[in-house]
Design a protein around this ligand. Sequence first.
Ligand code: NAI
Ligand code: MHF
Length: 278
Amino acid sequence: MGTSLLDDFSLEMTAKDIAGLEEAHPTIPPGTRINITFLGNEDLPMRLAAARAVKRLGFVPVPHISARRLKSRGELEQFLAGLKADGTAENVFVVGGDPARAEGPYEDALAVIRTGLLRHHGVRHAGISGYPEGHPAITGPVLWSALTDKHAALGKELLAGDVITQFGFDVDPVLAWVEETRARGMDLPIRIGVPGPAGVRRLTTYAARFGVGTSAAIARKYGFSLTNLMGTAGPDRFLRALADGYDAGRHGVVKVHFYTFGGLGATSEWIARFRQEG
Ligand SMILES: NC(=O)C1=CN([C@@H]2O[C@H](COP(=O)(O)OP(=O)(O)OC[C@H]3O[C@@H](n4cnc5c(N)ncnc54)[C@H](O)[C@@H]3O)[C@@H](O)[C@H]2O)C=CC1
Ligand SMILES: Nc1nc(=O)c2c([nH]1)NC[C@@H]1CN(c3ccc(C(=O)N[C@@H](CCC(=O)O)C(=O)O)cc3)CN21
């Protein structure tokens, strides 16, 4: 594929995976944006340490802030103050969070952006999420108004931003969604979420957990057999189809974001090889 879509790709790691990052770092291009998840089983010191490690190794940390998981305004302030003190606050990603009800004062990502606390703590760029294939618990119209409102709120807060999409296995709905986003007047860069290479069982388990397609549909799109659950599947076909369908005039700035379910090292090596082989 033409290399342009994979230029400036981004990666995602959990806050637990500093060792994996240290091991993988020689295969990752300097300056790569690396997102750090905000999971329920991680705490603030772990999240801050992961952001520092990303920075120390020459990459751009993008810590996640999960609105519904924040128990208080103080917790948000403490996290942002910690990032600021470490010099890792410039870029963040603000997401609603999976809990069915907010654990504190923030119902959604918009509420976090509107606090004004981001820019105050040195944030200059905030990512928000996009769902080309919808979300199992949120209706289409609500997703669109949330995206439009967050886009407007970023502008009011003087923050640059981009959209990172939920991972998927089918390019057609992704490109249609990108076109609709542009038609609705949003011109920010869009990072298309794809899973890095991972075991088939792991991939289908995560897809089920986040409500993204059935294993049968995934197998069909990826071209692997469900009888071989021990195998590994990578996004080769997806990325080739994306490159084929991508038209800068219609789709604007589009990049790729890798969810590294099979590990940072496996993903970064896979990307290097894929780009070399063209
Ligand atoms: N795309 C990604 O990489 C990730 C997506 N998610 C999940 O996607 C969901 C939506 O996040 P955002 O797009 O940032 O939404 P958002 O914060 O912009 O909220 C959009 C609308 O959906 C509602 N909502 C938010 N989270 C919900 C939930 N868990 N269940 C039911 N309704 C919810 C909000 O009240 C609001 O009306 C969350 O569950 C979030 O955790 C989580 C982590 C990563
Ligand atoms: N709705 C939704 N919620 C999410 O939390 C979410 C998405 N979508 N889309 C993709 C990203 C990537 N996510 C994740 C979540 C967990 C791990 C992870 O490694 N979790 C375990 C590993 C052990 C295991 O469960 O096998 C961990 O260490 O906590 C990785 C990426 C979270 N994300």
